[in-house]
Design a protein around this ligand. Structure first.
Ligand code: PEP
Length: 249
């Protein structure tokens, strides 16, 4: 049995004051829940605040990106070891905003995945197709390419220690959610593809869904057999919505 995992992706939102209120409310709400694993991925400057506030709670924390190299002259970048210094458990890699806005290729994302794992972080690897890809019937080939390069670079056993997030780009921040059946179809495709390499890795792999998850659609999405929780953007900024989504897990 896979345990559901709900993670918040705060993106470039928050302030010390806003975060304190949000985290206090999430800590209080999560203290009543033990049905899901829960994490928040916060902007880099707030990792220390997350570490201070969340240590001792049942909420883990992480970053929204990580650099693929260990150190060096890469102004503005943050390494996996630096994230470890702040107690991070997770680093999101390959979010569609990073791929689209910052031009991160499948190869770069695979490098980030490897760097996170080398530092004993758990990468949350985002995959997903654009609307054009879907309409052209390319959803599976796009997702397969995003996944396969990680398996080629790191080996299928690397997937024992990661989380996958299927996030159709057309559903992120748009209010358009993939239907539970549409999402399930891609989740099953991903799991089958991994099973082609190793059935036990596939069976244990946590595959989150992300894309306009809200309290009103979380139960339906999370009840699908291959959907193991969610990566939550906008709704993670509102404590009562985030907690309602966690409750749905
Ligand atoms: C995300 O940022 O990963 C995401 C899924 O955003 P939203 O929930 O706002 O669509």
């Amino acid at each position: 049995m896979r345990r559901k995992f709900v993670a918040g992706n705060w993106k470039m939102h928050g302030s010390m004051v806003e975060n304190a209120a949000l985290l206090n409310a999430v800590i209080a709400g999560m203290s009543q829940l033990n049905n899901v694993d829960c994490a928040v991925c916060v902007p880099y400057p707030y990792l220390a605040q997350a570490q201070n506030m969340l240590t001792g709670s049942n909420i883990m924390w992480g970053a929204q990106d990580v650099h693929q190299l260990e150190k060096g002259a890469y102004t503005g970048e943050v390494s996996a070891e630096m994230l470890k210094d702040f107690g991070c458990r997770y680093a999101i890699v390959g979010h569609s905003e990073r791929r689209a806005i910052y031009g991160e290729s499948n190869l770069i994302v695979a490098g980030k995945f490897a760097a996170a794992q080398n530092a004993k972080l758990v990468p949350i690897l985002c995959v997903g197709e654009t609307l054009d890809d879907r309409e052209a019937g390319h959803t599976e080939s796009v997702v397969a390419a995003q996944l396969d390069i990680v398996i080629e670079m790191c080996g299928v056993h690397a997937l024992r220690n990661c989380v996958l997030a299927y996030e159709p780009v057309w559903a992120i921040g748009t209010g358009k959610t993939a239907s539970p059946e549409q999402a399930q179809a891609v989740h099953a495709f991903i799991r089958n593809r991994v099973a082609g390499h190793d059935a036990s890795v596939a069976e244990r792999l946590i595959i989150q869904y992300g894309g306009s998850v809200k309290p009103s659609n979380a139960v339906e999405l999370f009840s699908m057999p291959d959907i193991d929780g969610g990566l939550i953007g906008g709704a993670a900024l509102v404590a009562e919505d985030f907690l309602a989504i966690c409750r749905a897990g």
